[in-house]
Write a protein that binds this ligand. Structure first.
Ligand code: PMT
Length: 413
């Protein structure tokens, strides 16, 4: 794997394995990484700064309080420069200093001052490695997300056999590569989650009008075109949701990726919603459901009579959104409110009365928005909050509303 553009700071501490650091630096450079080396004083007893300067092609830093060095790349700059710090070899003494948060030399100061991830390749005598203090330090560092690479087992320079050998340079290079691959994947996942805030959620919504039959050829209905609800369904798919759309009679095609259930009356809409609500995490009621339906549906076409008036008795339809919100295991429930005056008062009253999590109110008395237009404006209310989404086309508005719904959903779940 190429490490082009990756800035890796290698920390070298005192230990016989320090001679392997030159090889590590060379192998990283071969992969086009930018490498800088910081040494502790005791490291210099095992390898010279000149060797590490030669292989890295950069001056080696070793002192904290050197005005000349600070005039070049100062220690804070160096701490900010690194994408990754690898201490190899990491002595027991340096592990203890890192655990305690000491900053008495350049390397430990950098480790405190950097936002970069830190990896350590322990190298020490097997007895020192097994000591409780060293083991405790390693546990604490691991809990702080420090990556512990190695050590390996085997014969040691001092003649002992056991754990404490630094990993070989090529093993460390492979771990560096794996770290950058994992970081990239993690970044992609985070971006994906941000772009798809509804990923993994099942969302059901209602859209359009309902038709309440008077006789075989006539019905009561309203001017809802379904545009707002269909825009929401399309946007919800784009934001990652699995979408079921329960649609009243509209002349719109089904957005890609949406499961659509067509219904006519409020009672049919209620049955379709209640049949699948148990699987949903979010429910949005955008349909303009008729509040009343004729009490009796005439079997044959109602005939005109000599009388000047015709009285039709209506009976209340089920309130679908209130029924969903009242379920014991209810989804996050969002209602709409079509109002012509005192928007906030009526919307908040519906929010409370129907026990909704959120309500999106629109002023359907204004020209160019609301029923059957391409644009809309919404005032969104929840128990302790309110956001106005200004006039925009229904598609943009749907994205804004769903982003808000996702935020509120995750705030409450
Ligand atoms: O379809 P378009 O032409 O794009 O127009 C969009 C719209 C104006 C229809 C839409 O933005 C809208 O306001 N929908 C809700 C209309 C409505 O019925 O509002 P309401 O205030 O009467 O009802 C309040 C809430 O209760 C709504 O969520 C409604 O779906 C729900 N309700 C109402 C009655 C009922 N029997 N069952 C319900 O679930």
């Amino acid at each position: 794997m190429s490490l082009t553009g990756k800035r890796i700071l290698i920390g070298v501490t005192g230990g016989i394995a320090a001679y392997k650091s030159a090889e590590l630096v060379r192998r990283l450079k071969e992969r086009q990484a930018e490498v800088r080396v910081v040494m502790t004083d005791s490291a210099k007893a095992f390898i010279t700064p000149l060797t590490l300067q030669a292989v890295s092609g950069e001056p080696v830093s070793d002192t904290l309080l050197d005005p000349a060095a600070e005039a070049g790349m100062g220690h804070i700059e160096l701490a900010k420069w690194a994408d990754l710090i690898v201490i190899a070899p990491a002595s027991a003494n340096t592990l203890a200093k890192l655990t305690a948060g000491l900053a008495d030399d350049l390397l430990t100061t950098l480790c405190l001052a950097t936002p970069a991830p830190l990896a350590i390749a322990p190298a020490m005598n097997q007895q020192m490695y097994r000591h409780g203090a060293t083991q405790d330090n390693l546990h604490i560092l691991a809990a702080r997300q420090v990556m512990i690479w190695g050590p390996a087992q085997g014969a040691q320079a001092c003649g002992d056999v056991g754990p404490g050998r630094m990993l070989e340079p090529m093993e460390l290079v492979a771990l560096v590569e794996r770290h950058f691959i994992e970081t990239k994947v993690q970044a992609q996942v985070t971006t994906h989650i941000k772009a798809q805030p509804l990923a993994g959620l099942k969302l059901m919504l209602t859209a359009g009008p309902t038709r309440e039959a008077l006789d075989p050829v006539r019905f009561l209905s309203n001017h809802s075109s379904g545009k707002m609800g269909f825009a929401l369904a399309e946007a919800a798919v784009a934001l990652g949701a699995e979408v079921t759309l329960v649609a009243g009679p509209v002349a719109l095609s089904t957005p890609l990726g949406v499961t659509r259930i067509d219904v006519e009356s409020a009672k049919q809409m209620q049955a379709a919603v209640m049949g699948a609500i148990a699987q949903q995490q979010i429910f949005i009621a955008c349909a303009a459901v008729a509040d009343y339906a004729p009490k009796v549906v005439a079997e044959h076409k109602i005939k005109k009579t000599a009388a000047d008036s015709l009285i039709i008795e209506l009976t209340k339809n089920p309130d679908i959104v209130a029924e969903v919100a009242a379920l014991a295991d209810n989804p996050f429930t969002v209602g709409f409110a079509a109002e012509t005056q005192d928007i906030e008062i009526y919307a908040r009253d519906k929010l409370q009365r129907k026990k909704l999590d959120m309500i999106a109110a629109n002023n359907v008395a204004l020209a160019g928005q609301g029923f059957n237009s391409d644009d809309n404006a919404l005032s969104v209310f929840w128990s302790n909050g309110h956001v106005d989404l200004p006039l925009a086309n229904k598609s943009q508005l749907a994205h804004h509303l769903l982003t808000l719904i996702a935020e509120r959903y995750y705030d409450t779940h």
